[in-house]
Design a protein around this ligand. Structure first.
Ligand code: UTP
Length: 296
């Protein structure tokens, strides 16, 4: 029987240089998409998927992120007294149970693989999820839930994957496919950002379910590595050692909120999803495009 996934690692220790100067003082994960920080989208997705333990790999300067999860009793009291129950409810939905969140520190930004490895003692001998907050996925059921349901059938490790144009594969980890079973593919290998001859057009995005042996692989990589430690390499090592790795073509739209263009696209998409904003926002977008066209 496949063991239930109840722990998720959120690596949030990166420098966020693509959002300088904002990230000089604001952690990237606190930046807001419409009215909620990126981290809230990730947490909500993980909660919907049945995750119970949330492990954040943080670094220097991420205090605002840690504070975000504290209950705001003063604010809650004020809203209660003012009878603003809708806002109170909104706030309460963000509260996390005491002890559900743990923070470990990555002392130096040595790559995603290294960040995940920093959580090894809290993961122990269980399969676990990794969620990159930069990748916001609009989908129903949420992406991680789709993965956990698929993983309950397959076991092994699993990455979320989506088709991209071949000329864009150089920006992603790309899957080499052994067997295509439709929504699920069995993976033969993974290549990080191939400069040429990508093995497929299936790109890996920031959602993973990993066997605990991936931590052992990271351990070995750490001993041999000089530069960044790649998570992709540790997953590829699973295949080398004869363990299963699968890709799931998730249903939904992924936005790369780690890039400026992706963040703007997500802002438009999530803005248009909102009942309270759609009409006004759509009208504005329509007018802007019409004005641009007229000026051309
Ligand atoms: P990115 O490649 O987006 O790097 O990391 P970054 O530092 O966040 O951003 P840029 O490229 O400088 O703008 C992908 C994810 O891995 C985490 C990041 O926080 C992000 O969630 N990460 C990356 C770490 O936690 N530690 C690292 O050493 C590197």
């Amino acid at each position: 029987m496949v063991r239930k996934v109840t722990k998720a690692v959120f690596p949030v220790a990166g420098l966020g240089t693509r959002f300088l100067p904002a990230t000089k003082s604001i952690p990237k994960e606190i930046m807001t998409l419409v009215d909620r920080p990126l981290i809230q989208y990730a947490i909500d997705e993980a909660r919907a998927a049945g995750i119970e333990e949330f492990i954040f790999v943080t670094s220097r300067g991420k205090g605002a992120l840690e504070d975000y999860f504290d209950h705001s009793h003063e604010l809650e009291n004020t809203l209660h007294k003012a009878g603003k129950n809708d806002l109170l409810e909104l706030l309460r939905q963000t509260n996390m149970d005491s002890g559900a969140i743990a923070y470990v520190r990555q002392h130096k930004a040595m790559g995603l693989g290294h960040a995940v490895w920093c959580a090894r003692r809290l993961i122990g001998d269980e399969p676990f999820a990794v969620v990159l907050t930069d990748d916001v996925v609009m989908g129903e059921p949420p992406c991680l839930q789709q993965m956990i349901e698929a993983h309950a059938e397959t076991g092994g490790s699993m990455v979320a994957t989506m088709e991209v144009p071949l000329d864009k594969t150089k920006s992603y980890g790309v899957l080499d496919i052994e067997e295509d079973m439709g929504a699920i593919v069995k993976v033969r290998g993974m290549v990080e950002k191939p400069k040429e001859n990508p093995p497929s057009n299936l790109a890996v995005i920031g959602r993973y379910i990993l066997a605990p042996t991936v931590m052992e692989n990271l351990n070995k990589l750490k001993q041999g590595a000089g530069g960044e430690i790649q998570l992709t390499d540790a997953i590829a090592d699973e295949i080398e050692e004869g363990r299963d790795v699968f890709g799931l073509r998730f249903r939904g739209q992924r936005y790369d909120c780690g890039s400026k263009a992706g963040f703007l696209q997500a802002t438009v998409a999530f803005g248009l999803e909102r009942d309270d904003l759609r009409e006004e926002f759509a009208e504005y977008l329509h007018d802007v495009l019409a004005m641009r066209k007229a000026a051309e």
